[in-house]
Design a protein around this ligand. Structure first.
Ligand code: GLU
Length: 305
């Protein structure tokens, strides 16, 4: 049997907060409990937000918590060729639409359609579900923009992606949630029906970089041999999209555990954008790593005295 492999994969968008600590601790604890491997991966694909000081601070916060990667930390920014190859495979299936639907153009189209009594449905995150450039621009406008050298994003042509994936797997977006109390017991897995279509034509390659979060996450999970994905419940619904990409790219399916989110006193999800408590603040305030474990609702570290 292959060794179970877990990873904590933060995007370096700011300092880590308590919610990240829960995720990181769970991954490391499960790796230890199963005799598996714990990896840290830095998801720094966004060139506009790649700040070495932030990355250093993240790794430092994790080291303070006692969380060290069992193998060298993987930085996604150093592996763009891997993502470009995966993108090429999707392109070979004719699944990537060159998109000039900017945020402003999409907003205008949504307003126009709402005024005409045709509101756009929402995706599982509550954002408008994007149905393709044709919903935003006429064919002539689109050709003119493309010919004029407009920056182009790559979007997954969802209907075609599902049509191509279905013969390989009848429900190509389904996945299994494992039980963290019995991570290696297949009998304790729960099948989840995944609805990838609900995401519409998602951006699969951004304008400024030839990849996206969903594409690089599935490529790396496969390249690194991740067997168990443990992350916050905010990514639960998006797992359908990850599974579809895995099916299209012929990648193995890990099993998943989406854990509870840490909420602030007002019930809001803890995140840096809400200016919530960072590990740096907790540490500066005199908290110990054991205090952080308690704060996020975990028992004392297994094996700690
Ligand atoms: N990088 C993602 C984030 O920080 C998490 C990726 C994952 O665990 O799949 O939200």
């Amino acid at each position: 049997m292959t060794r179970p492999l877990f990873r904590f994969a933060p995007s370096p968008t700011g300092r880590l907060h308590a919610g990240h600590a829960l995720s990181a601790f769970l991954n490391r604890d499960l790796a230890r409990a199963t005799g598996g491997v714990f990896l840290i991966r830095i998801e720094d694909i966004d060139p506009t937000r790649r700040d070495p000081a932030v990355i250093r601070a993240i790794l430092d916060d994790l080291a303070w918590l006692g969380l060290i990667s069992d193998r060298p930390v993987r930085f996604q920014s150093a592996h763009m060729d891997d993502y470009a190859r995966a993108l090429d495979r999707l392109r070979a299936f004719d699944l990537v639409e060159a998109s000039v639907a900017t945020r402003t153009r999409i907003r205008a189209a949504i307003a126009r359609d709402a005024a005409a009594g045709r509101p756009w449905p929402a995706d599982p995150d509550g954002a408008p579900r994007f149905p393709g450039d044709a919903a935003v621009l006429t064919a002539a406008e689109r050709s003119r923009l493309l010919a004029g050298g407009e920056p182009v994003a790559g979007r997954l042509v969802m209907e075609r992606a599902l049509a191509i994936a279905r013969p390989q797997a009848p429900s190509p977006a389904d996945w299994e949630e494992f039980d963290p109390a019995a991570p290696l017991d297949p009998a304790r897995r729960r099948p989840v029906p995944g609805d990838a279509a609900a995401w519409g034509h998602v951006v699969i390659a951004r304008k400024e970089t030839p990849t996206s979060y969903p594409l690089s996450v599935v490529v790396d999970d496969a390249l690194q041999g991740v067997t168990h994905v443990v992350r916050g419940a905010d990514l639960f619904a998006q797992t359908a999209l990850h599974r579809l990409l895995q099916t299209l790219l012929g990648l193995p399916a890990p099993v998943y555990h989406h854990h509870r989110l840490i909420t602030g006193a007002d019930g809001a999800k803890l995140s840096k954008s809400l200016g919530s408590v960072s590990l740096a603040d907790l540490r500066a305030g005199g908290a110990t790593p054991a205090d952080v474990r308690r704060l996020v609702g975990l028992a004392e570290q297994p094996g700690a005295s």
